[in-house]
Design a protein around this ligand. Structure first.
Ligand code: URP
Ligand code: ZN
Ligand code: ZN
Length: 456
C-alpha cells in the first residue's frame, strides 16, 4: 500500500519546507516536490498544514494499580486518545511488583498491552526491589528492548528505593547500556509534612502541594545526578516541575554530565491556583510532583528553549472523580495523577508555539525527535526516507475545544476543560496505516505494535 501525503509543509526539528511525502508500506520512501499521485493507492490532503513526525509520549501509566485503585485508562482507551491527539508512540511504565522478578513485571505489562494499542508502544521498567538477582536480570530486560529503568526517591513503602539500591541499579544500567529515570522528590521528608498537615486538620487538595515543597524536588535531583555521575550512567529526570530542580539539571549539563530532563504540559500551564480551586475541584490537579507556583513557568519555558529540558511528556495517569473522591477524607488519599495523553500536542502548540515561547521546529523536537533519540527509537521521530511512517498532518487552523464530553480517553474530566486551541491533527498515520482521517479516529485496537528500543 502506497500513500501520498500531498501539498503540505514538512516540519521537522531542524527544517521547514514544502514537499510531498510518499509512504510505501510502513515507512517513508520518498520526499520531494510535486510527487506523482498516480504512483499512490491513496492520497492524503495536507494542503495548508504541516507534516510532522508523530508525537512520542515517553511517560504514561495505563492500566496501572496505584493509590488503592487502578487508572481509568487502559491500553485501549488511552491509546485511542493518543492517536486522535497526534501521538503515534508512547513509552509506558511496567512495574516490578514487590516480590516479583523483573521479568514477571515486564510480562504483566506485555499482557496488558498486547493487541489493545492504537499506536506503537514501548516500556520502561520500574524497579521496586534491587538485589543481586534483579541486578543481574537487568541485562536480559535490556536485551528485550526495554532499555530504561525508573527508580523513585518518593512514595516510601510503595515505589521508593533507598540510595544504595538506586546507586547499584545505576551502576549496572551504566554497564549494560541502559538509562536510569528518576522520580526526584524526597519522600521521607514529605511524609513528615503530610502527617503533620493531616493532624492539623488540613485535608483539602491544596495541601498536597503545600506538603511537597519545591526544595524537596531540588534536593533529590541534585543527589541523583551526583550518584549517576559516580555510577557512570546517563540519568533522565522525569516530570521536572520547578526552578530548583531545573537549576540542578542546568548546572550538571553545563559541566558536561549526561543528564536529561522532561517536563509535562500541566507544569507549564497549570499551577497552585488550580489545585487551590474551591471545594474538591483541586483534586483534578493532584499529581506528584505537585502543581507549583506560576513563577516557575518562565524557568521551564527557558529550559525548553535552551535544551536544558529536552522532552515534554504527559505523565498521563488518569483517575475518574469517583476515584479521586477516596481523598475526600484527606488529600493524602487522593490517587496521584492527571490525564493528558490526548492533549499534549494541543497544549504545547497553543501555549508554546502560538504564544511565542518555542518555535514550531522546537515543538517537533521536544514532542517527538528528542524522545525518540534519547530512548533509542531509531526509526521514529523523523520525517526522513527509511523512517517509520508515523506522520501527523498537523493543521494550524483546525480549531478544537478540549472537553471530557468529547475526548476519547476514558476519564470523566479534563484538566483543560473548555480550553480552545487553534491547531489539531487532520490526519494521523501509524507505520503507514491511517488511524485518524479528517479528525475522526478510524483505527483499531492492535494497530500499535511493541517497539524494541536500542541501547542508549
Ligand atoms: O502523580 C503521578 N505522577 N502519578 C503517576 C506516578 C508517578 O509518580 O509518575
Ligand atoms: Zn513519577
Ligand atoms: Zn509518572
Amino acid at each position: 500500500m502506497k500513500t501520498l501525503i500531498r501539498g503540505g509543509t514538512v516540519l521537522t526539528a531542524t527544517d521547514t519546507y514544502v514537499a510531498d511525502v510518499l509512504v510505501d508500506g510502513e515507512s517513508i520512501s520518498t520526499i520531494g516536490a510535486h510527487l506523482n499521485p498516480e504512483q499512490a493507492d491513496k492520497v492524503v490532503d495536507a494542503a495548508g498544514a504541516y507534516v510532522i513526525p508523530g508525537g512520542i509520549d515517553v511517560h504514561t501509566h495505563l492500566d496501572m494499580p496505584f493509590g488503592g485503585t487502578t487508572t481509568a485508562d487502559d491500553f485501549a482507551s488511552g491509546t485511542r486518545g493518543a492517536a486522535i491527539g497526534g501521538t503515534t508512540s508512547f513509552v509506558d511504565f511496567a512495574i516490578q511488583g514487590r516480590g516479583q522478578t523483573l521479568q514477571q513485571g515486564l510480562d504483566t505489562w506485555h499482557k496488558k498491552a498486547d493487541g489493545k494499542c492504537a499506536v506503537d508502544y514501548a516500556f520502561h521498567l520500574i524497579m521496586t526491589e534491587v538485589n543481586d538477582q534483579n541486578l543481574k536480570d537487568m541485562s536480559s530486560v535490556v536485551d528485550q528492548g526495554v532499555t530504561s529503568f525508573k527508580l523513585f526517591t518518593a512514595y516510601p513503602g510503595v515505589l521508593m528505593s533507598d540510595d544504595p539500591s538506586i546507586f547499584q541499579a545505576m551502576r549496572r544500567a551504566g554497564e549494560i547500556g541502559g538509562l536510569i529515570g528518576i522520580h526526584a522528590e524526597n519522600g521521607p521528608a514529605i511524609d513528615v509534612l503530610v502527617r503533620e498537615a493531616i493532624a492539623r486538620g488540613e485535608t483539602a487538595p491544596k495541601y498536597h502541594a503545600i506538603t511537597r515543597p519545591s526544595a524537596l524536588e531540588g534536593e533529590p535531583t541534585h543527589r541523583m545526578i551526583v550518584l549517576a555521575q559516580l555510577a557512570k550512567v546517563p540519568v533522565y529526570i522525569v516530570h521536572l516541575t520547578c526552578q530548583e530542580a531545573l537549576d540542578e539539571v542546568t548546572a550538571a549539563r553545563d559541566r558536561g554530565y549526561k543528564v536529561y530532563a522532561e517536563t509535562c504540559p500541566q507544569y507549564v500551564v497549570c499551577s497552585t491556583d488550580d489545585i487551590g480551586k474551591p471545594g474538591f475541584e483541586g483534586a483534578k490537579y493532584v499529581c506528584s510532583p505537585p502543581m507549583r507556583d506560576k513563577s516557575n513557568w518562565p524557568h521551564l519555558w527557558r529550559g525548553l528553549r535552551s535544551n536544558d529540558l529536552q522532552v515534554v511528556a504527559t505523565d498521563h495517569c488518569s483517575f475518574n472523580m469517583a476515584q479521586k473522591e477516596m481523598g475526600l477524607v484527606g488529600f493524602n488519599k487522593i490517587p496521584n495523577g492527571m490525564p493528558g495523553i490526548e492533549n499534549r500536542l494541543h497544549v504545547m502548540w497553543e501555549h508554546g508555539v502560538v504564544k511565542g515561547e518555542i518555535s514550531p521546529n522546537r515543538f517537533v523536537e521536544i514532542c517527538s525527535t528528542n524522545p525518540a533519540s534519547i530512548f533509542g527509537m531509531e526509526k521514529k521521530g523523523r520525517i526522513a526516507v527509511g523512517a517509520d511512517a508515523d506522520i501527523v498532518v498537523w493543521d494550524p487552523n483546525r480549531k478544537h475545544t478540549i472537553s471530557a464530553k468529547t475526548h476519547l480517553m476514558n476519564v470523566d474530566y479534563s484538566a483543560y476543560e473548555g480550553w480552545q486551541v487553534s491547531a489539531s491533527p487532520r490526519h494521523v498515520l501509524v507505520r503507514g496505516k491511517q488511524v485518524v482521517a479528517d479528525g475522526k479516529y478510524v483505527g483499531q485496537a492492535g494497530d500499535g505494535q511493541f517497539v524494541k528500543r536500542g541501547r542508549v
